[in-house]
Design a binder for this molecule. Sequence first.
Ligand code: KIV
Ligand code: NA
Length: 266
Amino acid sequence: AKRVRVHHLREAKTAGRRLTMLTAYDAPTARIFDSAGVDMLLVGDSMGDNMLGHDTTIPTTMDEMVPAVRAVSRAAQRAFVVADLPFGSYEASPQQAHASAVRMLKEGGANAVKIEGGRRIAPHVELLTGAGIPVVGHLGLTPQAENALGGKRVQGRGEEAAAGLLADAEALVAAGAVAVVLEMVPGPLAHRITDALPVPTIGIGAGAGCDGQVLVWLDMAGMADWSPRFARQFGAVGTALAQAAGDYVAAVHDGSFPGPEHTYEA
Ligand code: KIV
Ligand code: NA
């Protein structure tokens, strides 16, 4: 299948073809999702809470992200690979964002980076875009700001907040953003922002009016301990894995594994 490139994102929007994105943090899952036709693989800083045992995304570091980005990039044959810039790796200045983004492309092999925030980080987006680094924006509930936002709450309720979110989205696009993730935004507002932007919106808890959808893969596949209301479980991978591990333990205990077919002759 033909590789997904940056211009395909806008083309998909124009053609009304919905885009799909899933997180991936390693090669085996990236290979499976790529083969399933997922357009974009996001190496999210959600790796921190989903894979590394943290409570939030905030402790996730560049040094943790880069090897995961490399693994996903190597495994992806078709998908467009987006690397999250983690908390503390870009906010201070466009130069800081550039140094981190360069690592994601040079060491990680990513095709683009994602950064959280609106008008305040438009200068960062502009510098990266000018340097040849495609940027995906992220607005609404931005988990790296959850201490400031007072938890994981729906964002953009009320006319003033809605106008602010729309202005943020337009500023990101003016600065060169190639797509914008909208997280936990009321459906009608996400639809309105989608209509206003020339680039695709990728929704998560933002309704069907977005140009595409993204989920954390553990939520999508039924592998998480807990999932937010906006996620649907499309599988029961956690249950299947628990069953497999339990069967393995039982087979070793009862002597039925390994059998002759798993054993080398003298
Ligand atoms: O890190 C992540 O998984 C994300 C998505 C939920 C958009 O930023
Ligand atoms: Na993220």
